[in-house]
Design a protein around this ligand. Structure first.
Ligand code: PLP
Length: 394
């Protein structure tokens, strides 16, 4: 008999994948220019030229036996030094290479943290709206997910529900700011309040509640929005970072975990993360791109188009009567749907060739996720289709 959970994960196509396939089929029927595919969060801008140039230089100049060889499981020591230098210069921290564990993207960073921390019976708190893979990762680590309903006014944290959900089994809390799918950025006040609750509850239960901050969108922010650097507010913080979005390198699978010295038993936590990476069979993150990302760690792709798209789309939707909380970053927005049933709303949107994702899968029904990492010209043309959709509700 096979592992039923794995068969289920391997056979259920996600709603986003279904939409993507539908979009391809529609494009063949009516032309790609008539399909407005806002379903997938795949960066639409290229990596900076420096990324290719660095890769080529490394390929030409470094001994291939070293370049293509295994690295230390936690990442090449020089790579970890460069990454920690970059973090320190940007956030005023004082990390060293031993605070860094290099991973196969943010997904692996999250899995290493969760598997390193959790025992059966542990609970991990997640705030709606949330990245649906969290549930897969948490359950894969043998823990269970506790979902906190959304604060739909601002997409900050619903603190009352949060405090009520904490208990002696709470092992960790995951936050994601800037957020997929809402685009919200947690304010400093939100982080401070979260930190003070976690400090008090850790003391009450006699064990640390870890804060895992998932930050692939940290650099994609609009209008000078500041994203607080979470370890400065709460010592038991694990940062999960990725270059998938900031450098437009999702296929290269590169990220890292920060384990601060200030964390309780930080050496044991680091060892548990390394143990999890070993047990999950990651071995080490890709060697060539460890070096490329470390050498390009202070750069980002030119992500300015996302802000342009956000402005056009948000104004266009508001003019049509949609309720949209302004995103502080990412390339997503999460308006309210024009009927309560977000699945029915997104089905109706398909009639106008608008591919948008129901909020229910993100734990927040009554909303829809629009991924605007697309050409600006398509965003402009899509406004007619949104208008027809809105009119169909009048
Ligand atoms: N976390 C969030 C919130 C994401 O949106 C994504 C990818 O879309 C990931 C994690 C996974 O990122 P990576 O490609 O680095 O594994």
């Amino acid at each position: 008999m096979l592992n039923e959970r794995m068969v289920g994960l391997g056979t259920q196509r996600s709603v986003i994948r279904e939409l993507f396939e539908f979009g391809k089929q529609r494009a063949a029927e009516i032309g790609a220019e008539n399909v407005f595919d806002f379903s997938i969060g795949n960066p639409s801008v290229p990596a900076p030229d420096d990324v290719n140039e660095t890769a080529i230089r490394l390929l030409n100049e470094v001994d291939p036996v070293i370049l293509h060889g295994y690295t230390s499981a936690q990442g090449d020591a020089g790579v970890r030094q460069m990454i920690s230098d970059s973090i320190n210069s940007r956030f005023g921290t004082s990390f060293g290479p031993d605070n860094l564990y290099v991973t196969v993207g943010a997904a692996a960073a999250l899995c290493c943290c969760l598997n390193g921390l959790c025992n059966p019976g542990d609970e991990v708190v997640v705030f709606a709206p949330y990245f649906p893979e969290y549930k897969v990762f948490i359950e894969g680590a043998g823990a269970s997910m506790t979902l906190i309903p959304a604060d739909i006014e601002a997409f900050q944290i619903n603190f009352e529900a949060f405090e009520a959900a904490l208990n002696a089994n709470t092992k960790a809390v995951i936050i994601n700011s800037p957020n997929n799918p809402s685009g919200a950025v947690y304010s400093e006040e939100t982080i401070q309040r979260l930190a003070s609750i976690l400090t008090a509850k850790s003391a009450q239960y006699g064990h640390p509640i870890y804060l895992i901050t998932d930050e692939p969108y940290r650099e994609i922010v609009f209008g000078g929005t500041v994203v607080p650097y979470v370890p400065k507010y709460y010592k038991n913080t694990l940062v999960c970072y990725s270059w998938s979005k900031s450098l437009s390198l999702p296929g290269e699978r590169m990220g890292y975990i920060v384990v601060p010295d200030e964390m309780d038993e930080h050496e044991l936590v680091y060892a548990a993360i390394a143990g999890a990476g070993r047990s999950l069979g990651y071995v080490n993150a890709p060697g060539l791109f460890q070096r490329v990302c470390a050498m390009c760690a202070d750069m980002t792709a030119d992500t300015s188009v996302y802000e342009t798209n956000k402005n056009i789309l948000m104004q266009g939707l508001r003019d049509l009567g949609f309720h949209v909380v302004e995103p502080g970053g990412t390339f997503y927005m999460f308006p309210r749907t024009l009927e309560e049933d977000d699945v029915a709303f997104c089905e109706r949107a398909k009639e106008y060739n608008l591919l948008i994702v129901p909020g229910v899968g993100f734990g927040c029904p009554g909303h829809t996720r629009i991924s605007y990492c697309v050409q600006t010209e398509m965003v402009k043309r899509s406004l007619d289709a949104f208008e027809k959709l809105a009119k169909s509700y009048r």
